[in-house]
Design a protein. Structure first.
Length: 345
């Protein structure tokens, strides 16, 4: 194991790792500290990862940096052989990664999690190779980043975007129909651009309300109702817009067409939404997925059951959908704080 701590390169299959600043006194301590059995066992693991697992040089360098910090932490705590390390040592190191109590730089949640993964791999290797009789890191899990709440915009902001989209041209009618469709159904953008004309059934006296057939992840099919605003926008596009666009193409069955008569792309849909948001003076970062998040949030705020929203969104598990309830709970707290006479002291 080298004695110099190197900057963190990118690991294969993970987000780029930022180089962590190293304190001068920490580097000097590493150079002065004699190598022990743990250092040699760490080096065995790194050789295994490089030779037998074939890790890239940058990835191996990242492991070396992470485990150099771990070895120095253990040396300061007392263990000198792999078998001396206990779960308490491992959890103490995890804490040191967060607060820098080992003399190193305090890491963010994601960087600390990557280091813990390296430590877990090290102990698993030691146990499998018979260097230790147990794996003290087996049930020590990396710190988890906070759950990111979906970004939703208000009903008023959605309305402004929809009303800003489109003119009475063929492409304008398409733009309005596309954005109305995304908000009315909560469809993923890939689902929307992949639609064919036959996947839509607009409202008739015989058939009832409009409905759309969507194909989600894994080609899983679901039926989603289409609101009256979305149905009217689609009807206007199908009657007055799509025929003009289709005449420029080669007869594709796609529902939403580009200016050349072919199927519209996801990138084009992003451009359409961004243009409408700019026209509506919406300064927030808005994407097609924002309309999907807003669709779910507004349904729950209106009293829809979470399992109904799950079905509409095409989520395999209700757990995925329940993240939206956190958003509506925040809204409820704000309303309560503003409206209840004894909410605030």
């Amino acid at each position: 194991m080298g004695s110099t701590v190197t900057p963190a390169p990118e690991r294969a299959g993970a987000e780029p790792m930022r180089a962590e600043p190293v304190r001068a006194e920490q580097t000097q301590a590493e150079e002065a500290r004699p190598r022990n059995a743990i250092d040699r066992a760490v080096n065995d693991y790194l050789q295994h990862m490089g030779v037998e697992r074939g890790l890239a040089a940058n990835t191996l360098s990242a492991y070396r940096r992470d485990l150099a910090r771990y070895a120095n932490y253990l040396a300061a705590c007392g263990p000198v052989r792999p078998g001396d390390v206990t779960r308490r040592h491992v959890t103490g190191f995890v804490q040191a990664l967060s607060d820098g109590s080992d003399g190193g730089t305090a890491l963010g949640v994601r960087s600390a999690a990557r280091t813990v993964v390296a430590v877990r791999g090290l102990h698993k290797f030691w146990a499998l190779e018979g260097m230790t009789t147990a794996d003290p890191a087996s049930d020590v899990h990396p710190p988890m980043p906070g759950k990111r709440l979906p970004k939703a915009i208000s009903v008023d902001e959605v309305t402004r975007i929809l009303e800003a989209a489109g003119t009475d041209t063929a492409t304008g009618l398409r733009d309005r129909a596309l954005l109305e469709f995304l908000y009315s159904t909560g469809a993923r953008i890939s689902e929307a651009v992949g639609l064919d004309v036959d996947d839509i059934s607009l409202q008739t006296e015989q058939d009832g309300p409009a409905i759309v057939r969507l194909f989600g992840k894994g080609s899983k099919e679901r039926l989603v109702p289409l609101g009256s605003y979305g149905a009217r926008a689609l009807d206007a596009y199908l009657v007055r817009g799509r025929p003009l666009l289709a005449a420029k193409g080669k007869g594709t069955p796609a529902l939403f067409l580009n200016a050349r008569g072919g199927r519209i792309s996801r990138q084009s849909a992003w451009t359409i939404l961004k243009a409408a948001a700019d026209k509506a003076n919406i300064t927030k970062d808005v994407s097609p997925h924002t309309l999907r998040h807003s669709f779910a949030t507004h349904l729950l705020e209106g009293g829809a059951d979470v399992r109904v929203v799950q079905e509409l969104l095409g989520h395999a598990s209700v757990t995925t959908t329940q993240v939206y309830t956190l958003v509506t709970a925040d809204t409820l707290r704000e309303i309560y704080a503003a409206a209840h006479p004894r909410a605030l002291g």
